[in-house]
Each structure stands twice: as C-alpha cells, then as structure tokens.
Design a protein. Structure first.
Length: 94
C-alpha cells in the first residue's frame, strides 16, 4: 500500500526558508501568515505559559523570534502531519 504525502505550499516554503543560512524573520513571517492554521498555532504556542515573555506578542515575527527556528520546524511538521492524518478522502470528522 503506497500513500502520497505532500506538504502544503506554505509549510514547504517555510521549511525551505529555515534551511537557508540567512533566513530573515520578516520574510519567514510573511510566508507563515499565508496559512491561518500555521499562524494561529505559532502565536498560540508563543503565547503559552511555557514561552510567554514580559512583552505581549503582537505579530507572527515576534512569535518566530520568541520560539526560534527549531521550534518553528517542529510546529510546521506537526501542522502538516495533522492535516495529512485527519484529512482522509471519503471520511469526515464529526
């Protein structure tokens, strides 16, 4: 049994940018803002008690800076995996 697994374009773009030696936070934030699910997860995680700072988050770029690229990669993979696992053709979640 073979399955085709593809990243969403936004997630693939974000991961490709992070791999670049001179990845800029502002450019990465612009890419991540294209995907509402990824943006919301990023801001939610950065605002959580585990990462919350003294300054309230006001942008995706601030969330990226707070979490770091390694955490962004993990979150991007989690969002992509969730979509792949729970979006099965012919089945709906009730």
């Amino acid at each position: 049994m073979s399955a085709e697994y593809r990243f969403c374009p936004t997630c693939a773009g974000a991961l490709a940018m992070i791999e670049q030696p001179r990845c800029e936070v502002a450019a990465l934030a612009a890419v991540i803002r294209r995907d509402p699910s990824l943006s919301a997860g990023l801001v939610r995680l950065a605002s959580s008690p585990a990462y919350a700072g003294a300054i309230k988050l006001t942008s995706v770029a601030q969330a990226i800076s707070r979490l770091g690229f390694a955490t962004i990669v993990q979150l991007t993979l989690a969002v992509t995996s969730r979509a792949a696992v729970f979006d099965v053709p012919g089945y709906t979640v009730e």
